[in-house]
Design a binder for this molecule. Structure first.
Ligand code: ADP
Ligand code: MG
Length: 168
């Protein structure tokens, strides 16, 4: 029998508008630590980059100042890095990679070792996606406005996400 812990129950949060998406991004930013991986899944236009932007801009820079900056989608560059506390944020968009091993050239191992990783299109990673990650799926609700975020925690994320449901 495997001694792997079962996955925690998924948490669903309705995000009425882009401000709510940004608020979830900021909340997650304040829970994040070096070595974390947050997999942002969901179709084009579902809000993955919007959430990443708010996450990055919520964290202080190395000098301690919180100063929002332009956070472009890394669609073409594939990765953008942001010097922040408590760690550098590596924002990947892997939509355009062909083979999971292409991430070696993008600094993937360094990002996992020292950074906070936000990755759009984590499906592209196959087995290279670490098992211990927070999965955040952005969906379009069947009825109603906005988005539905579905969070699935692995590792110690479940513990950290306690209380998050109250946001809903
Ligand atoms: N909760 C929400 N409700 C409605 N619109 C949203 C919400 N969150 C984000 N958006 C909008 O959806 C679009 C998402 O774009 P983007 O973040 O680039 O998507 P993705 O990176 O998933 O392709 C933006 O136009 C943003 O304003
Ligand atoms: Mg995007």
């Amino acid at each position: 029998m495997s001694d792997a812990k079962p996955l925690a129950e998924a948490i669903s949060i309705h995000l009425a508008d882009e401000a709510a998406t940004a608020a979830l991004g900021r909340t997650l930013a304040h829970l994040a630590r070096a070595g974390d991986v947050i997999a942002l899944t969901g179709e084009l236009g579902s809000g993955k980059t919007a959430l990443a932007r708010a996450f990055i801009n919520a964290l202080p820079r190395p000098d301690g100042r919180v100063m929002p900056e332009d956070v472009p989608s890394p669609t073409f560059t594939l990765v953008q890095t942001y010097a922040r506390q408590p760690a550098t944020v590596w924002h990947f968009d892997l939509y355009r990679i062909g083979d999971p091993d292409e991430i070696d050239e993008l600094g993937w191992d360094e990002a996992l070792d020292e950074g906070i990783v936000l990755v759009e299109w984590p499906e592209r990673l196959g087995r290279r996606l670490p098992r211990d990650h927070l999965d955040l799926l952005m969906t379009f609700p069947e009825d109603g406005e906005g988005r539905l975020a579905i969070l699935q925690a692995a590792g110690d994320w479940a513990e950290r996400l306690k209380g998050l449901q109250e946001l809903d």
